[in-house]
Ligand binder design. Sequence first.
Ligand SMILES: [Zn+2]
Length: 77
Amino acid sequence: MPADTAFERVGNDLFLWKHLWLLDGQRIRCCYCEQEQSLTWAHQALVHGHHCPGRTASAQYPWQDLVELLCAHYQGK
Ligand SMILES: [Zn+2]
């Protein structure tokens, strides 16, 4: 994949990540229900509020998603 295309894809994925999550120091917060998770709990799925529109059918690990995005960016994937 050409580097420009990979960069654009990571940029799009990061845009989507930022649409749901807010990075605040060592915490990530859901933009909708404001449930937050500290870096030390990165291995746990974030628990949203009951009626949060940010919930998905599968568990969400925003810290791990962010790391994967950044690694993909630096590895040019
Ligand atoms: Zn939420």
